[in-house]
Design a protein around this ligand. Structure first.
Ligand code: C2E
Ligand code: MG
Ligand code: MG
Ligand code: MG
Length: 292
């Protein structure tokens, strides 16, 4: 069963309409139960400030551990949830859980960590988004400056005029906005001057190629230069190696996120990571400085 649900598109095609329909309704049912019975959790992936080597924030990433299906990857169930009208409820869970967790860390004295939450296009175009966000900030007590939304280029382009007005309302609340997977979407650069965004996240594919091809390195350098001229911060995602980190640091990238710094962590492991990195802070800075 588990295999069927995560099978490749080619295998799915062989299942035939009837089985595929059954598979879909089972997945849908499990996802609905997951919301109700709490089979979702969030992992937090730390981002590092390139200059100081310190944790500059976290990205909240949804995890689904189903008692029957096992762990299902977000790249499988998020698109499914989007297609089947379940993403709004799931997204509300994510927003509330992330804000509550970061506020708990503040109250416990762990520190102030801005949290980035991913938004799908349909969540972003939900007319109740802004009021739900406002209520969530009020009920959790999280200052809006500690919340950031990540949107892909295609999500923000889905309905440009409406997106601009939603972004403005979110910015008025004090929330910041990043463009996720930058460079992979349908690139209409004019939106960069029209949309009130704060940050670009360079897609992992460029980071991977950057150390191998001078063309890809040129693209990364040009994106960073352009972003800075537009007064946007740049985050590189999927940074896995020292070499990638050094290239990014040399080219004035502001923040890095990836396995080189840390994997996405359950809350308890993030707390350990923070405590260890504050003990090791001076050493770690040295490592980062040496990398450059
Ligand atoms: P994303 O927003 O681009 O998130 C980054 C993905 O890259 C995460 O995958 C993360 O675990 C992975 N990653 C981070 N560092 C590295 C690295 O060094 N190497 C490699 N190979 N991968 C790295 P994940 O958690 O599987 O999430 C996949 C996608 O699912 C996310 O991509 C995002 O688009 C979506 N997603 C996850 N959680 C949510 C959510 O709460 N809501 C929505 N709407 N989408 C979500
Ligand atoms: Mg993201
Ligand atoms: Mg991304
Ligand atoms: Mg990505």
């Amino acid at each position: 069963r588990k295999v069927m649900l995560v099978s490749a598109p080619a295998d799915r095609a062989l299942l035939g309409e009837r089985n595929r329909g059954e598979e879909h309704s089972r997945l849908r049912e499990r996802l609905t139960l997951a919301i109700r019975d709490g089979h979702f959790s969030l992992h937090y992936q730390p981002k590092a400030d390139v200059r100081t080597g310190r944790i500059s924030g976290v990205e909240a990433l949804l995890r689904w551990q189903d008692p029957i299906l096992g762990n299902v990857s977000p790249s499988v169930f998020i698109p499914f949830a989007e297609e089947h009208g379940l993403i709004i409820d799931i997204g509300r869970y994510v927003l509330h859980a992330a804000c509550a967790q970061v506020q708990r860390w503040r109250n416990d004295g762990l520190g102030e960590y801005p949290v980035a939450v991913n938004l799908s296009a349909c969540q972003f175009l939900d007319p109740e988004l802004v009021s739900y966000v406002r209520t969530t900030l009020e009920t959790t007590g999280l200052p809006p400056e500690l919340l950031e939304f990540e949107l892909t280029e295609s999500a923000s382009m889905a309905n440009a005029e409406q997106s601009i007005s939603v972004m403005r309302s979110l910015k008025e609340l004090g929330i910041s906005i990043s463009i996720d997977d930058f460079g992979t979407g349908f690139s209409n650069l004019s939106y960069l001057k029209r949309f009130p965004v704060d940050k670009l996240k360079i897609d992992r594919s460029f980071v991977i190629e950057m150390t191998q091809s001078s063309e890809s390195l040129s693209i990364v350098q040009a994106v960073i230069a352009m972003a800075h001229r537009l007064k946007l911060k740049v985050v590189a995602e999927g940074v896995e190696t020292q070499k990638q980190f050094s290239f990014l640091a040399l080219n004035y990238c502001d923040e890095v996120q990836g396995y080189f710094f840390s994997r996405p962590l359950p809350p308890g492991d993030f707390e350990i990571f923070v405590r260890e990195s504050s003990v090791l802070k001076s050493d770690q800075n040295l490592d980062l400085a040496q990398a450059i």
